[in-house]
Design a protein around this ligand. Structure first.
Ligand code: SAM
Length: 264
């Protein structure tokens, strides 16, 4: 995938600003994705009166856009740069909603059990429940699974009985790749290549993903590293914490990640 697109910035972008451009400008057609989500909402009986929480709201894809359409969504995210992108956009659109900075382990300090009709955790976010988002760390084969289950239990508690979770992750058969996706130019300086790099180490059950900025032979990137969670492991954990009706679903406009829904 070599693209001619160029993302320009006045100032040095942080990870969240760069990712936000990629989500809206390269990876998704927002209108199509929103249409698909709304079809799913009809099936799940989610309406504009439903209480929704997006626990990995990032720069606002897609919850900020749904809020603009009248959906009632609490937005949280664990990283300041992501929250800053979200809140700057919310302010610019004259919305009163803001994204709270909140790690998943702390969600229950702010929200009561049985509060929400739908919990969104999209964008391949859940796999970082035991760390590794924008940081390098050692990954073993035990600790992440414990953290995943603890996190799913917290998500489960926040939902009303009968309510739904929407959670996605990279595809089990994802092939490792290192592709230029577009160019980046900051303040009129020399153009850089933006490269998506995904690596998988099946023996150690490790997956790494980074966005690389490359000028000449110089590469700079922020690491993301996790346990290489399979769909079967995820389904088993969803069931173990109490979820029912666990279904892997397809949305036409979601070409990057596999999606599961499940009911409390
Ligand atoms: C790939 S981004 C997805 C953002 C957005 N939902 C999207 O679809 O573009 C993953 C997000 O998960 C958040 N995240 C990762 N681990 C987290 C944790 N333990 N608690 C809260 N947020 C977390 C990151 O800050 C980041 O915004």
């Amino acid at each position: 995938m070599i693209q001619d697109k160029i993302f320009t910035f006045d100032k040095e972008p942080d990870f969240a600003q760069l990712w936000d451009k990629c989500v809206y400008g390269l990876l998704y057609n927002m209108e199509e994705y929103k249409k698909d989500l709304e079809k799913l909402f009809v099936q799940l009986e989610i309406t504009k009166d439903s209480k929704i929480i997006d626990v990995a709201a990032g720069g606002g894809f897609p919850s900020l856009d749904l809020i603009k359409d009248g959906y009632d969504i609490e937005c949280t995210d664990g990283w300041q740069d992501e929250v800053d992108v979200f809140n700057a956009k919310a302010e610019k659109s004259n919305l009163v909603q803001r994204c709270k900075i909140l790690l998943w382990k702390d969600l229950q300090q702010f929200f009561s059990d049985d509060s929400f009709d739908l919990l969104l955790c999209r964008g391949n976010s859940f796999i970082y429940a035991s760390g590794g988002w924008n940081e390098m760390m050692n990954i073993d084969t035990q600790r992440p699974l414990v953290a995943y289950k603890e996190t799913l239990s917290i998500f489960y508690s926040l939902l009303k009985p009968g309510a739904w979770i929407y959670l996605d992750k990279f595809k089990d058969d994802e092939t490792p790749h290192k592709d230029k996706v577009c160019d980046v130019q900051v303040n009129g300086k020399e153009k850089e290549q933006l490269i998506f790099w995904t690596q998988r180490f099946p023996e150690q059950k490790i997956r790494k993903a980074s966005m690389i900025r490359k000028i000449g032979n110089m590469e700079a990137s922020t690491p993301n590293i996790t346990y290489d969670l399979s769909g079967i492991e995820l389904e088993k954990m969803l069931a173990e914490v109490g979820f029912q009706n666990i279904k892997k679903i397809k949305l036409d406009s979601e070409r990057h990640f596999d999606i599961w829904i499940a009911q409390k």
